[in-house]
Design a protein. Structure first.
Length: 92
């Protein structure tokens, strides 16, 4: 879904919109923080635009993430592991 194509009615491409929505939800940032991060990268966008993007696109991005997650079962296997005890590495 993230590409450099522009949606009708939006000034920025989907890649910028997706990155802003991802930053907002992934790192629990405020709209102002996301605005400042994008401004540092040369993208001048308002907090209101970011808020609107989060309202409109969050469901689509969440659906995308759910489909990419592997299904987790009740069992998992650990191939190998190492523990350092007193400076000595022990392989389990």
């Amino acid at each position: 879904m993230l590409s450099d194509q522009k949606l009708p009615g939006y000034r920025f491409p989907l890649s910028v919109i997706g990155h802003a929505v991802w930053l907002y939800h992934r790192y629990a940032m405020s709209y102002r923080d996301v605005e400042e991060l994008l401004f540092e990268r040369g993208i001048d966008v308002s907090r209101e635009s970011i808020r609107t993007w989060c309202i409109n696109f969050s469901g689509a991005f969440a659906q995308n993430v759910r489909h990419r997650e592997p299904r987790r079962g009740s069992r998992w296997h650990l191939d190998e592991m190492h523990v350092v005890v007193g400076g000595v590495t022990h392989w389990l």
